[in-house]
Design a binder for this molecule. Structure first.
Ligand SMILES: Cc1cc2nc3c(=O)[nH]c(=O)nc-3n(C[C@H](O)[C@H](O)[C@H](O)COP(=O)(O)O)c2cc1C
Length: 319
């Protein structure tokens, strides 16, 4: 695919291959990995604006970042325009350059609270949230779906509202809320959304190879792609797509991820995150299934490193 930079206000994304926010995964170490491999933008996982008001430990942990992070984007989840505005402009988020607003989460509890994808059926409130977040002075982006139901999709109309309300970029996940995470993304909906606005539109959903990324760009005319689940299985996809040179092996990557996570998070978090990341990265590695149980049983960083060596230390394999 054609690699381009994307300008958002005073920020310049180094490429148009973005890493999606993924709850439980896109912590600071993973974002550093993806940026190092050429990703144009990475984002925290969704952070509840309501929870942020109470600043509990688990929520504060989602905001860990350093100046080393190339461009810092935080995703906010919330349905109350006043709370969203207050949190977007709060000291807690002072280190972040971009506020991404979650308008796509399909989970029943979130939807019932009028947050995430529920905002797609209340465009007035969605617009008020975008305008409120813009008053923080930061770049504001939106991540949405194609609609609520598969038989009633309206991505173009929704993206137009986002642009009118002041959004700087929109990512369209080409599935409706009812599809959750399965089924073929509707490229036509993304194409219509791209044609409807002049802000950058990013296409997301079902990208599992460089060829998929290419096809997505061609069929939708989008300004860039956002890789999600596949980025966990094969983080090297960013290097493949962007041409960013990478000499690292998968083993080096998991070891570096372990060290970086342990530096900024406690041992429990580090073990939990590394077990999930490693089990994604080993999906297509033959002969490694036998170590999965041991991976999940490891109770210390020492044990973790040992089992990571068994799984990943095989010459300079990447896959
Ligand atoms: C485990 C998991 C966690 C996710 N967390 C978030 C999130 O925090 N914020 C968000 O906007 N989307 C989230 N998503 C949706 C992804 O960003 C993406 O839109 C979706 O997985 C479709 O892309 P894919 O088919 O390439 O995986 C999550 C998806 C999964 C599977």
């Amino acid at each position: 695919m054609e690699i381009r930079k994307i300008r958002l206000g005073n920020l310049l994304l180094p490429s148009n291959v973005l890493m999606a926010p993924l709850a439980g995964y896109t912590c600071y170490p993973f974002r550093m990995l993806a940026y190092g491999l050429g990703a144009g933008l990475c984002c925290t996982e969704m952070v509840s604006a309501n929870a942020l008001q109470y600043q509990d430990r688990a929520t504060r942990r989602l905001l860990i970042t350093t100046e080393q992070e190339r461009i810092r984007a935080v995703q906010l989840l919330g349905g109350n325009p006043a709370v969203m505005e207050r949190m977007a402009g709060s000291e807690l988020l002072k280190d972040f350059d971009i506020i991404d607003i979650n308008m796509g989460c399909p989970v029943p509890n979130v939807f019932k609270s009028g947050e995430g994808s529920a905002l797609m059926q209340d465009q007035k409130r969605a617009a008020a949230i975008i305008r409120g977040c813009k008053r923080s002075g930061k770049v504001v982006t939106v991540k949405c779906r194609t609609g609520i139901r598969e038989d009633d999709m309206f991505a173009a109309e929704f993206v137009r509202m986002c642009e009118d309300a002041g959004a700087d970029m929109v990512t369209v996940h080409g599935r409706s809320r009812s599809m959750m995470y399965d089924g073929r993304p509707y490229e036509k909906e993304i194409e219509a959304a791209k044609a409807a606005v002049s802000i950058p539109v990013i296409a997301n959903g079902g990208i599992c190879s460089a060829e998929d990324a290419e096809n997505m760009m061609e069929r939708t005319g989008a300004d860039g792609v956002m890789v999600a689940r596949y980025g966990l299985e094969n983080p090297f996809i960013f290097s493949e797509l962007t041409g960013m040179p990478c000499e690292k092996t998968a083993f080096q990557v998991v070891l570096e991820q372990t060290e970086l996570t342990a530096r900024y998070y406690d041992e429990t978090y580090t073990l939990g995150y590394m077990k999930k990341l490693a089990s994604n990265m080993m999906k297509k590695r033959r002969g490694t299934k036998q170590y999965k149980e041991r991976l999940y049983r490891s109770g210390s960083l020492e044990e973790l490193r040992e089992v990571l060596a068994l799984i990943f230390d095989r010459g300079n394999e990447r896959g």
